[in-house]
Each structure stands twice: as structure tokens, then as C-alpha cells.
Design a protein around this ligand. Structure first.
Ligand code: MN
Length: 504
């Protein structure tokens, strides 16, 4: 009688994977997938070897079991996942070696790429072989113990032996829990169901596959957990909620004013750039206005609603600077700003003195002024005006005052731009009053790691202790809640005119 031969399935025809990362790299396009390309590292004997188990929702859900050996991760796909029950023998199909860096991979492999689907870092830790691991691996009988977050105790990976003709699948192994104190009967405990979450992020497969994009003020925030201000760990979502919570304070300062924006897509420590003009990148909620410039009309952005403000957060804007005029009468500024900018070596006490001196000078021409921190080193003294004087008149007035102070105390103050002249002096920057110039808006954050905010103060709050970067995203909401009165209440109602130049 002729024996019927089984037809080999394609899978069982596969050879044992070659050691190394050639097969791993051949299967993947690293321009498309977020997986690491990896470099084979010499195995480091001085420390324990790592293991990792990744729950992988590819075309079929499986668990990838990986053990560090000879500088790469030996890898098996376990369709049913590990079981703590020693009577469960879990099929483990050996796959290509993976780079050690893969041990920290969690995320989503894009559609169309090899292994497309989401990956959860389900467990990781160290493993210890019983005996010589290389010899045991070659012999197809690896005994070892795991010290992970979820899996502990001793285990075995055993290659399935074929019969005499060795027709069996060269890649098939079994993963089995040894009987020890860590073993649990399957009917009492299923570790896969009890602990589905990532040991790295706490997220489940579903959360990784469709990251929650929180909505603030109608604006969907992508990458909401991106840290923008590292010193405080402030995320994009934190910043959006901060602006939402202080909306009634900041929006009046932004209303109708063309802006210049500082955009830092990677946060305060990454590269930042000014954006003075609008473009397709700007969210729809932001108002556009055309403003005639020297040779052409430019599109400017105006932020006068909460969705517009949160839209700025969404695209990584960390500073909002505003014009001294509003769009209704662009050529007639409604404020003058003195920016007091201390050069190297100037004590804070002298910056505070300078602000008081500017205030006194303004009072001699019957102008009330208001103080705010910049969130940096200097201070702003702001003079609200009836929108009647021209840009040239406002600038001439500010220049005259700055030069008067420089003439009176040339060792303390300087009114010219040149950096070389500023050492030990306070630069009184009157050029903020030129058409098209901007200054940091009250209640805007600054793009530095501690997340400082430009904050309006009462004059009697100006003390040697309260520096310009005193208030941050973290501390400002408390200040606003505790305020008995708005220190700038009169700012909104004063109707002042610039004096004729001859009287200053
Ligand atoms: Mn996999």
C-alpha cells in the first residue's frame, strides 16, 4: 500500500530565518514605517538581556515574543499569546530577527507597509537563560526565566520536531510556562485579558489605533500630548486649556489687531519662526485682513475669537504679537508702547526704576500709562490713546521721550538700536511705535521652556522680587482668580491724546 503524502503548505516550506537584520530590513520601507531600521549591536554580557512582547494587530492579531540574543532580538509570532497555564502549549512561529531598538517600538505601521497595523508594547523586561543560550537556541530548546512587568518565572521555547522525514515546519516552536509559583490555571486567570494595556504608555490597542484628539473650543487638537514647554511639562492640550481659561482676559487685547506670530512646531526648545503674513497653514477660524505695505497688499491675521486662539495653539503658535492700531483705523494708533529692554549686566531694580521714570515723564504731559511684564527680561509701559494721532506723530513722541531720558542719564539709558551701546544700560525701544511694528500681547505666552506669560500689573506690584518672567502658564490662573480688581480696568476707558510735540 502506497502511503499518501501530505502536501506541504507554503508556510511549512519556509526556511529557518537567517540570523541578522537583512530579512528585517528587506521587508520594510523605513521612509514609510515608524519602525526602527536598527543597527546590529554587540551583545553586552555585562547586563541582563532584554525581552519584549508586542501585541500586534496586523491582518491577524498576534503577540510578538522577542528575546535578545547575539545583538538582535530573536522573534516569534505567537497567535494566541502567552499563557500562564503550564498545560497551554502556544504555537510560536519564528520570524526574522529584529533590531534591539525594536524593543521600545509602539505605534502604528501604516497601511500598505509590511505588518501594517497597531503595535502595543505589551510587556518588557529582562530574561535569563538556563545554561548556554546560543547552544540551547541551536538545539531548539530554550529554557529561561522572565522578569517583566506582567510575565515572571520560568518558561520554555521548544522547536517542534518533525518525524523521520522532518517534514515539519522549520519555524514552528511552542511557548510553554513551566510549573512554578508564577503559573496560574487558565480557567482562573487570563493575563492577556486582565492586562491588555501597554507597559510603556498605558494605552490599549484601540487607543493606539485611533488616538483621541481632544476638542477645545470647537478645535480638534492633534498631537495633544506633545510637550511644548519642557521645563514644566506643559503639553499642547494644557496650553489650549490655559488660553480657554483666560479667554476673557486675553481676547480684548487681541481684538481687531493685526498680528505677528511666533510658531514653534516642536515646542519652545525647537526651531521657531515669525509669521507676519497669513497663508494656507492658518486655521479657518482666524480672520484675514489685507493691509497695504510698501509695494503690495499683505494678508494679515487677526485673532478675535476663542476658536481662532485655540487654532493658533493647534498649529504651534507660542507667541502672539500685536500692532498698535486696530483694523477699523489702521493709520491711527490707539496706543504707544515703551519697551524697556535691559542690556547685559543691568540689575532688575534698575529696570523697575526705568519703568517708573517713564511713567513720571508721561504724567508730566498728563498721560496715564500701564505696566506689564513681557515674560522675558524687560517691561512694557503702555499708553492708551484716542486713535487720532498718526504713526509718525506717535513715533516722534516716543522717540522724543526716549532721547530725553538718554540725555538726562546717558549712563543708564540708550535710545538707539545698536547692540554695542547697550551693555550696562536699558534700551528704551521707541521703534515699537512704527507702522507694522508689534509687541508681545498681554497674556500671550513666550517661547521659552518655563512657559512665562506677559502679564498686566498694577504699578504698586512693581517690586524687586517680581521679575518679568514671574508669571507662567502654571501660576497665572491663580493670580487672575485672586485679583480683587483688574489692574488695567482704566486702560479700556481712558480717552487720552498725545500732547503737541513742543510741550514735551
Ligand atoms: Mn508582528
Amino acid at each position: 500500500m502506497k502511503k499518501r503524502r501530505k502536501t506541504a503548505t507554503p508556510r511549512s516550506a519556509r526556511p529557518v530565518p537567517k540570523a541578522g537584520l537583512v530579512e528585517y530590513r528587506r521587508k520594510r520601507d523605513f521612509r514609510q514605517t515608524p519602525e526602527p531600521s536598527g543597527s546590529p549591536s554587540p551583545s553586552r554580557r555585562e547586563r541582563d538581556r532584554i525581552f519584549v512582547i508586542q501585541k500586534h494587530a496586523a491582518s491577524r492579531l498576534h503577540y510578538d515574543f522577542r528575546l535578545e540574543l547575539d545583538g538582535t532580538l530573536k522573534s516569534w509570532a505567537v497567535p494566541k499569546g502567552p499563557s500562564l497555564d503550564p498545560t497551554d502549549k502556544r504555537l510560536a512561529m519564528q520570524v526574522e530577527d529584529h533590531p534591539l531598538e525594536y524593543a521600545s517600538f509602539e505605534g502604528t505601521i501604516p497601511a500598505g507597509e509590511y505588518g501594517a497595523g497597531s503595535v502595543v508594547l505589551w510587556d518588557r523586561g529582562t530574561w535569563r537563560p538556563e545554561g548556554d543560550p546560543q547552544a540551547a537556541y541551536r538545539a531548539g530548546a530554550l529554557k529561561f526565566s522572565l522578569e517583566g512587568t506582567k510575565l515572571h518565572g520560568s518558561w520554555v521555547l521548544a522547536k517542534i520536531r518533525g518525524g523521520r522525514r522532518d517534514r515539519s515546519d522549520q519555524r514552528s516552536w511552542l511557548l510553554i510556562k513551566h510549573r512554578d509559583g508564577e503559573a496560574r490555571p487558565a480557567r482562573k486567570f487570563n493575563v492577556l485579558e486582565a492586562r491588555p494595556e501597554s507597559v510603556a504608555s498605558g494605552r490599549t490597542l484601540e487607543q493606539i489605533a485611533s488616538p483621541v484628539e481632544p476638542v477645545v473650543a470647537g478645535v480638534r487638537l492633534t498631537h495633544a500630548d506633545r510637550v511644548l514647554f519642557p521645563a514644566q511639562g506643559t503639553t499642547k492640550l494644557d496650553l489650549a486649556r490655559f488660553y480657554e481659561s483666560i479667554a476673557e482676559w486675553i481676547l480684548p487685547h487681541l481684538k481687531d489687531r493685526p498680528t505677528a506670530l511666533v510658531r514653534c512646531p516642536e515646542g519652545a526648545e525647537g526651531p521657531c519662526f515669525y509669521q507676519k503674513h497669513g497663508g494656507p497653514w492658518a486655521p479657518k477660524a482666524i480672520r484675514r485682513v489685507k493691509i497695504q505695505e510698501k509695494t503690495k497688499a499683505g494678508e494679515y491675521l487677526v485673532v478675535d475669537s476663542l476658536p481662532a486662539l485655540i487654532g493658533l495653539v493647534q498649529i504651534g503658535i507660542l507667541e502672539i504679537h500685536t500692532w498698535n492700531s486696530v483694523v477699523q483705523h489702521l493709520e491711527r494708533p490707539d496706543r504707544v508702547v515703551f519697551d524697556l529692554d535691559p542690556g547685559p549686566g543691568v540689575e532688575w531694580r534698575r529696570v523697575a526704576d526705568a519703568a517708573r521714570l517713564v511713567r513720571e515723564r508721561l504724567q508730566t504731559v498728563r498721560l496715564e500709562s500701564f505696566l506689564k511684564t513681557t515674560g522675558g527680561k524687560g517691561l512694557h509701559v503702555v499708553v492708551p490713546l484716542r486713535a487720532s494721532a498718526t504713526w509718525d506723530e506717535c513715533r516722534a513722541f516716543a522717540r522724543r521721550l526716549a532721547e530725553d531720558l538718554e540725555h538726562a542719564e546717558p549712563k543708564a539709558y540708550v535710545a538707539r538700536m545698536a547692540k554695542a551701546e547697550r551693555k550696562g544700560k536699558i534700551f528704551i525701544d521707541y521703534l515699537r511705535n512704527t507702522r507694522g511694528a508689534t509687541s508681545i500681547a498681554a497674556f500671550s505666552t513666550r517661547a521659552t521652556p518655563e512657559a512665562p506669560v506677559s502679564v498686566p500689573l498694577a504699578w504698586d506690584e512693581l517690586t524687586p522680587r517680581l521679575r518679568s518672567d514671574h508669571y507662567t502658564i502654571a501660576s497665572l490662573p491663580r493670580r487672575l482668580a485672586d485679583l480683587k480688581a483688574d489692574p488695567w480696568a482704566a486702560y479700556w476707558t481712558l480717552r487720552q491724546n498725545l500732547p503737541a510735540l513742543s510741550t514735551t
